[in-house]
Design a protein around this ligand. Structure first.
Ligand SMILES: NC(=O)C1=CN([C@@H]2O[C@H](COP(=O)(O)OP(=O)(O)OC[C@H]3O[C@@H](n4cnc5c(N)ncnc54)[C@H](O)[C@@H]3O)[C@@H](O)[C@H]2O)C=CC1
Ligand SMILES: O=C(O)/C=C/C=C(\O)C(=O)O
Length: 475
């Protein structure tokens, strides 16, 4: 059986303990590989390698670091299909989604931050207090901890700015989907990346995550995942006074007004609910619909959800694959049962598919208000609720109900209303008449239970550097 190893100091490494974790194929539920079950010793070895490599990497001209990232991007781009296969098998996502969107985005992440390395600039101030200029230096060794829903997409979204800013990295991908990060690390070796600059340590959060976060040589942690783990990392990094960027869950509202072009945009609205089986932190899981169109919208939306082809990730017609794991499958089915117990009407779906693997039918529920757990807790699966509203004020109140504050989308032709609502929504990101339209320069992240800090563009470059201001007297 295939064994996925750590990548430490430029080479594949078996775990010191010789313990391995099973890796499942969500489409069948079968174990198809094993991944290194890392330990604190493996983390220490990786951090030591990263610390050794840090001075030389930081000393490279920015253009040289950019060139390394460009080379990695080109090598990845040349193997998009291979990586998409790996991602589809490991995470259960449709191959076409991985090939056409997620792996190309991983390439774009590497390229974007290659450019950022040469474009990043610091401030200077000239005035009564003389000339002040700010140096931005790399932090040294940084940790990235990424989840299973968009494995390579988020892995590269974190390592690229860290490397571009001159840090060396110890990355921990999710133990649920470790394959694409392993392959990318091997690719970095094939193109001759300097040893120790990119290190990957696999394993569970308890064994590897905690050790990585707590290692005093690690100067910053960039994390995407659950709010519970985000709080734990925030508490530990806070106590150690090290930087943390926490991109956590969401319970995002989709506000559909009667004057919108919702009928022509139904495809995007359905995608925003069910892409990647609803396992994207930005999916719109609470759809708020103006009362005048509620019944028509409900009928059309349910018809589209029923028409979504759910199937094997390698089936080119499949729009949705299985959930990623037994744990996620159990969690989603339990959430559907809870919705029924809370009095929700399941309009379609509401069950697993009668086949091997972790497939759940696209599920639409209505009849529930803003205070129930179904509308407050992140489900992270193909489950959405519909709620009617009467006016802008009620739409806003419903959208802002709850602890999460990641994103929202507003669907209306009235751009004044859209702008007013966008400003009042308690979230980090709003889309108007679109969803998941990404410009990598923009700040990415949320408020409240959705996290702390922002990723993307120069926000990420600032996060991965330490500012030092220097004031020069001009008298
Ligand atoms: N914001 C998002 O995109 C994501 C949200 N989630 C939410 O979290 C729920 C549970 O999923 P999980 O797989 O349990 O998420 P998780 O938060 O446990 O996993 C995400 C990453 O954190 C790591 N991790 C776990 N414990 C850690 C620790 N103590 N220290 C450092 N790293 C640690 C995991 O190994 C993985 O790499 C999902 O149902 C979903 O609601 C999960 C993944 C991504
Ligand atoms: O950067 C993006 O375009 C999307 C990021 C998505 C997540 O962080 C997530 O689903 O966790």
């Amino acid at each position: 059986m295939q064994r996925l190893m750590h990548w430490i100091d430029g080479a594949a490494r078996a775990p010191g303990s010789d313990r391995w974790l099973p890796v499942h194929e969500p489409a069948s539920g079968r174990v198809y590989a094993e991944v290194a079950a890392g330990s604190a010793d493996d983390v220490a070895a990786a951090v030591t390698a990263a610390a050794r490599a840090a001075p030389a990497w930081a000393a490279l001209p920015n253009s040289a670091r950019a060139a390394w990232l460009e080379r990695l991007a080109a090598a990845l781009e040349a193997r998009i299909d291979d990586f998409a296969h790996v991602e589809a098998r490991d995470g259960g996502k449709p191959f076409a989604l991985a090939r056409d969107a997620e792996i190309p985005r991983a390439v774009a992440n590497l390229r974007f931050f290659a450019h950022a390395a040469t474009q990043f600039a610091s401030e200077s101030h000239h005035g009564e207090a003389g000339l002040n200029y700010t140096l931005r230096t790399p932090l040294g060794v940084v940790a990235t901890i990424s989840p299973w829903n968009l494995p390579l997409y988020l892995f590269t979204w974190k390592i690229a700015p860290a490397l571009a800013a001159g840090n060396t990295v110890v990355a921990k991908p999710s133990e649920v989907t470790p394959a694409s990060a392993t392959l990318l690390a091997e690719l970095s070796g094939e193109i001759g990346f300097p040893p120790g600059v990119i290190n990957v340590v696999h394993g569970s959060g308890a064994d590897v995550g905690d050790a990585l976060v707590d290692d005093p040589r690690v100067r910053a942690v960039s994390f995407t995942g659950s709010t519970a783990v985000g709080r734990r990392i925030g508490a530990r990094t806070g106590a150690a006074l090290k930087k943390a960027s926490l991109e956590l869950g969401g319970k995002n509202a989709t506000l559909v007004f009667a004057d919108s072009d919702w009928e022509t945009q139904l495809g995007t609205l359905v995608r925003s609910a069910f892409q990647n089986s609803g396992q994207i932190c930005l999916c719109g899981s609470r759809i708020l619909v103006e009362r005048g169109i509620y019944e028509t919208f409900r009928e059309r939306f349910v018809a589209e959800a029923l028409a979504l082809r759910v199937g094997d990730p390698m089936d080119s017609d499949a729009r949705m694959g299985p959930l990623v794991s037994q744990a996620q499958f159990d969690k989603v089915l339990a959430a559907i049962e809870r919705a029924r117990a809370e009095g929700g009407h399941v309009l379609c779906g509401g069950h697993a598919l009668a086949r091997p693997g972790w497939f759940v039918a696209p599920t639409v529920i209505d009849g529930l208000g803003p205070d129930c757990a179904t509308n407050r807790e992140e489900i992270f699966g193909p489950v959405v609720t519909l709620q009617p509203f009467d006016d802008d004020a009620q739409a806003l109140a419903l959208a802002n109900a709850g602890d999460y504050g990641l994103s929202a989308s507003i669907w209306t032709r009235d751009l004044v209303r859209a702008h007013r609502l966008a400003a009042a929504l308690r979230v980090g990101m709003v889309w108007i008449n679109t969803w998941l339209m990404r410009d990598l320069r923009t700040p990415f992240g949320g408020t409240g239970a959705s996290g702390l800090g922002r990723e993307g563009g120069m926000e990420a470059m600032r996060f991965f550097t330490e500012p030092k201001n220097i004031g020069l007297s001009l008298e």
